[in-house]
Unconditional design. Structure first.
Length: 592
C-alpha cells in the first residue's frame, strides 16, 4: 500500500513489486486503483502469487499488515462469477472482523457487479442471511458459530467450496472455536485451496495446518508499527451519535496549532468540515476528488495559518508534511494498525511534540486493543470535556480578546463614543461594555448545562468497569447440564452484544441456568439481540434477574412468599450461593 508501513522478513519480498506484477484480474486491479493502493505491502506481495497459482499458504502476520487484501484480491481474481454457489468461505473469530473482511471484499469487487459477498454472524436476523444465500452469494464471510448453525439447518452448502480462509486462526482457537473449525473443515472438499493467517504459531495451529493444508508455502511478515515517542496518544470512548458534540468540545478546550481530523469516506470529509465551520471553526475538507491545484492551495493555507483544521481521508493525507500540525484526531477509528501509525505520523514532526486522539465507540474497543497490541503502546483514556470546562475556556478566551484589544490604536475613538453614550443615557460604563459584548458574542456565548440523565434523548455511554460503572445481574437459560463454561458465556455475550471483557463481573453457573453480572444500563436493543443468542444449540434467553421479590409487612408476608431461603425457581437465593458454586469470570470466549 502507498507509503508502506511494513517491514518484511522470511519469504516476503521487498518493496519493488507493483500490483501490475501480480497477475491480478483487470477488474480487481481497477478496484485497487480506486481505493488508492499504489504498491502492495510485503504480505500482499508474498501471498498473492502463490494463492493465484492455487497453492495453500500459511501466513504469520499481525493485524495491520494488509493481510485481508492479500487473500481477498487473489480470491476475487479466480472466482467463477457465472456460478451462483458458495465458492469462497472466510472464517473470522468475531462479527466485527467478519464485517470488516466482507466490506473489504466489497471494495475490491466494486467492478464485479455479478459477485455477491455475504457476511453471516450471530446477532443478525437469519432472514437477511437466508435471502443472501438464496440469491447465490459466492463469497461467505462468517463466524464459526453462525456457519455451524447454517450447516445444521441445511441452508449453507460448502461441499463444492474452492477457497477457504482462516483469518486470525490463533484467536479462533483461543476463543474455543477449535471443534467448530474442524467440523467446518470436514464438510469441505479435499481439493479446496486453503489460506491460514495467524499472528502467532502455537502448536495447535501447526497441527491444524499439517492436517488440513497441502504443502503450504509459509510466509512471515512483521508490521512496522513503531510510533514516535514524542506523540501523546489518547482515546475518548463516545457513541457515534455524540461524536460531533465530543469533537466540538475537545476543539474548544484543547490548545492546538493545526489539526488533521481523519474520517473514512470522501463524503464524510465534506459533511464534517461543513458542520465544523457552522460551529465557528476554520475547517476545510481534503479528499481524493480534489484537483491537484486545489489540494496545493489548501495545504498552503494550512501552512500559512489561514485554516487550522483539515478533515481528510487516509488517501488524501498521504505525503502531507506540515510542521504546524500539532494534533491528529481519528474521528473514525481505522480498521488496521498500519493506517493508525500512518495517520498519527502527520504530527510530531521537525522535532516537535505531537498529540493524537482516537474516538472509540463501545463496539469498537476491540480495534483499540488491536492498535495497542500492534504498536506496543497504551493509549490514555480521557473523559468528554464538561460544559463547565467549555464555558471556562470561552470566558478565558473572551478575557484574552479584551486584553488584546486594550492595546489597539483605534481604542480612543470607541472610548469617546462609549463615554458619550454613558453620559447621555446615565448608564454605567460596565453595562455599556456588557451590551457591546452581547452584540458581538450573541446569546449563545455559554453552553447550557447538560440535561439530567433521565431527560437525555440518547442513552448514556456505558462507563468502563474501572471507572465505577454499575453492574446488574442477568439470568441466562443455560447451565451446568448444558456443558457451558465461563469462557463460552463470555464469548457468546461479548460477540453478540458488542461488549468487552471488562464489562463482565461474576459468573455463577448453576445446574439449569447461570447468573452473569453485566453493565446495569444495557439498552433494550442489545438485550433483544442477546435473547436469541445460542451457546451450542441452546438459546440463552437473557433476562434481568432481580432476585427474590422483596416483602413488605414483616414475617407473615414473608411466609407466604419465598420459604427456606429459596428463590422463585426453587434454587438457593443468589446472595447465599454466589461465589460458592459459581465461577468467577475468566478470559476466553465461546461461540458467536
Amino acid at each position: 500500500m502507498s507509503g508502506n508501513e511494513d517491514a518484511a522478513s522470511g519469504d516476503a519480498p521487498g518493496g519493488d513489486v507493483s500490483f501490475d506484477d501480480l497477475d491480478i484480474a483487470p477488474k480487481v486491479r481497477q478496484a485497487i486503483v480506486d481505493v488508492g493502493y499504489e504498491t502492495p505491502s510485503p504480505i500482499q506481495a508474498a501471498t498473492i502469487p502463490p494463492l493465484m497459482s492455487g497453492r495453500d499458504v500459511v501466513g504469520l502476520a499481525q493485524t495491520g499488515t494488509g493481510k485481508t487484501a492479500a487473500f481477498a484480491i487473489p480470491t476475487l481474481s479466480r472466482l467463477d462469477t457465472s456460478a451462483r454457489r458458495p465458492q469462497a468461505l472466510v472464517l473470522a473469530p468475531t462479527r466485527e472482523l467478519a464485517l470488516q473482511v466482507a466490506e473489504a471484499f466489497g471494495r475490491y469487487s466494486a467492478h464485479l457487479p455479478e459477485v455477491r459477498v455475504l457476511p453471516i454472524y450471530g446477532g443478525q436476523s437469519y432472514g437477511v442471511q437466508l435471502a443472501g444465500l438464496r440469491r447465490g452469494a459466492q463469497v461467505i464471510v462468517g463466524t464459526p458459530g453462525r456457519v455451524i448453525d447454517h450447516l445444521d439447518k441445511g441452508t449453507l452448502d460448502i461441499s463444492e467450496l474452492d477457497f477457504l480462509v482462516l483469518d486470525e486462526a490463533d484467536e479462533m482457537l483461543t476463543m474455543g472455536f477449535a471443534e467448530d473449525v474442524e467440523r467446518i473443515l470436514a464438510e469441505t472438499p479435499d481439493d479446496k485451496q486453503v489460506a491460514l493467517f495467524s499472528a502467532t504459531m502455537p502448536s495447535a495451529i501447526r497441527r491444524l495446518a499439517q492436517r488440513y493444508l497441502n504443502d503450504p508455502q509459509e510466509i512471515t511478515v512483521k508490521a512496522r508499527t513503531a510510533t514516535a515517542q514524542n506523540i501523546t496518544q489518547r482515546y475518548l470512548q463516545v457513541s457515534h451519535q455524540r461524536k460531533l458534540d465530543a469533537l466540538t468540545r475537545f476543539l474548544e478546550v484543547e490548545t492546538f496549532d493545526a489539526m488533521i481530523v481523519f474520517v473514512r469516506t470522501k463524503s464524510a470529509t465534506e459533511e464534517l468540515a461543513e458542520k465544523l465551520r457552522a460551529r465557528g471553526f476554520s475547517a476545510v475538507a481534503i479528499n481524493g476528488d480534489m484537483v491537484q491545484a486545489q489540494r496545493e492551495r489548501t495545504i498552503n493555507q494550512l501552512k500559512g495559518g489561514t485554516i487550522d483544521i483539515l478533515v481528510a481521508t487516509d488517501v488524501a493525507a498521504r505525503g502531507l508534511d506540515v510542521d504546524r500540525i500539532s494534533h491528529v484526531v481519528n474521528y473514525d477509528i481505522p480498521h488496521d494498525t498500519e493506517s493508525y501509525v500512518h495517520r498519527i505520523g502527520r504530527t510530531g514532526r521537525a522535532g516537535r511534540s505531537g498529540n493524537a486522539l482516537l474516538f472509540v465507540s463501545p463496539r469498537e474497543r476491540h480495534l483499540l486493543r488491536a492498535i495497542e497490541r500492534a504498536t506496543r503502546s497504551t493509549l490514555t483514556e480521557i473523559g468528554l470535556p464538561s460544559v463547565e470546562d467549555v464555558n471556562a475556556q470561552r470566558v478565558a478566551k473572551f478575557a484574552d480578546s479584551i486584553t488584546e484589544n486594550l492595546s489597539s490604536d483605534h481604542l480612543d475613538l470607541f472610548r469617546k463614543l462609549v463615554e458619550d453614550y454613558a453620559g447621555e443615557h446615565d448608564v454605567a460604563m460596565a453595562d455599556v461594555a456588557a451590551a457591546l459584548a452581547l452584540e458581538t458574542r450573541d446569546g449563545g456565548f455559554l453552553m447550557a448545562p447538560d440535561p439530567p440523565e433521565g431527560q437525555r434523548p440518547e442513552r448514556r455511554e456505558r462507563a468502563p468497569r474501572g471507572s465505577g460503572g454499575q453492574f446488574a445481574t442477568y439470568r441466562i437459560a443455560v447451565g451446568r447440564r448444558h456443558k457451558v463454561s465461563p469462557g463460552s458465556i463470555v464469548g457468546a455475550i461479548a460477540n453478540e452484544g458488542g461488549l468487552t471483557r471488562g464489562d463482565f463481573g461474576n459468573i455463577s453457573i448453576r445446574d439449569d441456568f447461570s447468573l452473569v453480572e453485566l453493565p446495569e444500563n444495557l439498552d433494550n436493543e442489545t438485550l433483544a439481540s442477546l435473547r436469541h443468542t445460542k451457546i451450542g444449540k441452546n438459546p440463552i434467553d437473557i433476562r434481568r434477574d432481580y432476585g427474590p421479590p422483596r416483602t413488605r409487612g414483616g414475617a407473615k408476608r414473608a411466609q407466604g412468599g419465598q420459604r427456606g431461603g429459596q428463590g422463585r425457581d426453587g434454587h438457593p437465593k443468589r446472595n447465599e450461593s454466589w461465589g460458592k458454586r459459581g465461577t468467577r469470570h475468566i478470559a476466553g470466549r465461546g461461540r458467536n
